[in-house]
Structure formats: C-alpha cells, structure tokens
Design a protein around this ligand. Structure first.
Ligand code: RAM
Length: 351
C-alpha cells in the first residue's frame, strides 16, 4: 500500500514538474506560477537542431532554475509556422503557463495564440516577433534594436567589398519576420548614394535547413559568375555558406578566388565560424547573445504571468543580474548590443 502511494505520488510529481498534463484539479488557467505551483514554460523555436536555439534554451533553463520553474523545448517538425501551430496546440493541451516562441511567419499563429491566451497561457515571442500582429501575444524579447541590423550588415558588406560589386542574400524561410525586417533595413540603407555601386542580384531562401541553404549557396556561385559577396542574415544560412565557400576555394585568397574572391558576412554564432575566421574564409560577421535573450524572456514571462508587470511603452522591469529593461513600442524589449566578430575577438566568445 505504502509503495503504491509513493509511486502514485512520484507520478503526480513528474506530471506537475514537466509540461505534461496539468493535474485534473488544477487547470492551467488557475496556476499562475505563484506559491505552490511551478511555472511551466514551453519554448517553441523555429526549427530543431539549430545551435542558435540551443543557446536560447540554455538561457531559459538558467532563468527557470532561478524561478523554480520547469522548461521544455518543443521544436516543430518542419521549419514553418503551420508546423508551429500543431506544436503549440499540443503544448497547451499538455499543460503550459508560459509559451515562448520564435515565429516562423507573422500572421499564421494568431488563432492558436489567441486560444492559448484564453486558457491563461502567457505568450512571449522571442528572437522573431509576429510583426503586424502584436496584439496576439503579451510581449516580445528581441535581441537588438531591429532597425540597426540592416544598416550594420550593409556597412560590413561595404567595408569588405570596397562598396562595389554584385551581391546576393541567402535568407531563412520566405516568411521569417525577423529576416524580412532586416532585409528591408538593408534595402533601405542601400538607397544611400554611397552604396550605389553595390548591386543586389538575388535573394534566395535556405529555410534554415543546412542542406537547402547549401544547395542555394552553390546555385548562387554557379548562376552569378561575377558575384562579389553574399550576406546571410541567418545562422544556419551563414554556416552553410561558409562551408560552400571553403570547399569551392572561392573565398578571398582561396585557391579558386579568381581575382578578389567572394566575401561572406551576416549573422551566426561565433563557435560556428571560428575555424572559418582562422582560415580566412570569413572576415567578419555579427550576432548578439541568444542565451541572454532566453533568460530575459523567461523572467519577463514569469512577471507578466503573475501580473507583476504590464508591457506598456516606457514601463520597466528588473532581471536578476541583468539590470533594468524598458518596453519600447508594442510590448517589445531589446536585449543588448549587436556584436561584431572578427579575428581580433572571436576567441573570447564561446557559444
Ligand atoms: C537563425 C534563425 C534565427 C535568427 C538567427 C540569426 O538561427 O533564423 O531566427 O535570429 O539565425
């Protein structure tokens, strides 16, 4: 009898600790993460197997420990918003208080997020917002001021090419709100007459899949014999592009450079490109701290869930060890600065 009770108790403990089914007497909407109930966080990244999102998960896990919450990463089966809808439905059904999601599209998730919020789930977008549909989530934690990414990419492109030549963009999914925002920022920046000799010849989409990104990069090299540069504002795309450049030998100074060679810049984690930078395949690129983004999202989500803060413009909140954050427009919080990585500093980073 005692043994049966212990086993039954253990099962209830496991269910309550994870994002498994909520105990029948405690519906999700009535478990605000306060005393006696653990906040159950589910993170839905854009796709599985991306080291960038593994870093976001690390940040969420660190915060979850501090909050006494549980966290589970549930990736969609394919890197698209329709697949994320299924993942979210499943997470909510199994029991979840705080949903943290990086959106694959700006307008596909509205209904499923509304349903989740009706059931008491707090929704925080992270990394990639549902741009234009912000009323369907509670807040958004974005890595840096989104207006600064496009201009930074163009500046790097210009400095690496002498502001001259044909270039292409290798992006993620066609609908990705964050990449599309940054590409729009690049196009706006390119209107400056000082960039008039930089010519965008193509924008292709690798869907944040290694194989598709590789194929798209290879196709660019074949299709545009005068290609001078590629900008890839996605960590998956940039990792694939660096490998293609190295294998083809067409990077500046490479065995098949055939003149100036092809330069590559964009966004990626430093660990992905350390070797490429050492070998001279890549000179410089950018990113931010994905882990800090996850950490802030969990703390903010917890405070929103227990109604300790409201996501109004100008309102602030404190994150343990990370200082005070302020809401800018539409419930958005920016994490920190955009970091540029090159030979001089890349060894100092480990993510
Ligand atoms: C990929 C994803 C992510 C983006 C990074 C830079 O990992 O597309 O959304 O922020 O690249």
């Amino acid at each position: 009898m005692l043994r049966t009770l212990i086993v039954a108790g253990a099962i209830v403990g496991i269910l309550a600790a994870g994002c498994g089914p909520a105990p029948a007497d405690k519906p999700t909407s009535e478990t605000p993460g306060g005393a006696g109930s653990k906040l159950r966080i589910v993170f839905v990244p854009k796709s599985a197997g991306n080291p960038y999102f593994a870093e976001v998960s690390k940040g969420l896990e660190k915060a979850a420990k501090e909050l006494g919450a549980t966290v589970e990463t549930q990736a969609p089966t394919t890197a698209d918003a329709t697949s994320q809808v299924t993942t979210i439905k499943d997470a909510v059904q199994r029991g979840c208080d705080l949903l943290v999601i990086s959106a694959n599209a700006p307008d596909t998730l509205n209904d499923v997020l509304d349903e989740a919020r009706k059931k008491g789930v707090t929704v925080v977008t992270v990394d990639s917002d549902i741009t234009g549909n912000e009323t369907h989530r509670d807040a958004s934690v974005l890595p840096v001021d989104q207006e600064k990414v496009g201009p930074a990419l163009v500046e790097s492109l210009a400095s690496l090419t002498g502001s001259e030549g044909e270039f292409a963009i290798l992006s993620a999914a066609t609908d990705a709100p964050n990449q599309n925002k940054w590409i729009a920022g690049m196009k706006e920046t390119l209107k400056n007459p000082k960039y008039s000799k930089l010519k965008l010849v193509d924008t292709v989409y690798g869907d944040d899949e290694m194989q598709k990104s590789t194929t798209e990069m290879e196709a660019l090299l074949t299709k545009y014999p005068n290609l001078r540069a590629v900008v890839s504002p996605t960590s998956v795309g940039m990792g694939a592009a660096a490998q293609v450049l190295e294998t083809s030998g067409r990077y500046p100074g490479g065995p098949k450079a055939n003149g100036t060679g092809i330069v590559l810049t964009g966004l990626a984690t430093p660990n992905q490109l350390k070797k490429a930078v050492e070998k001279g395949v890549v000179t410089k690129f950018h990113l931010w701290s994905p882990a800090e983004m996850g950490e802030i999202a969990a703390h903010l989500g917890s405070m929103l869930h227990s109604k300790k803060v409201t996501a109004d413009v100008g309102k602030t909140f404190d994150v343990p060890g990370m200082g005070t954050k302020t809401f800018v427009d539409k419930g958005v919080v920016y994490v920190g600065p955009l970091t540029t990585f090159d030979k001089s500093n890349i060894a100092n980073f480990d993510f």
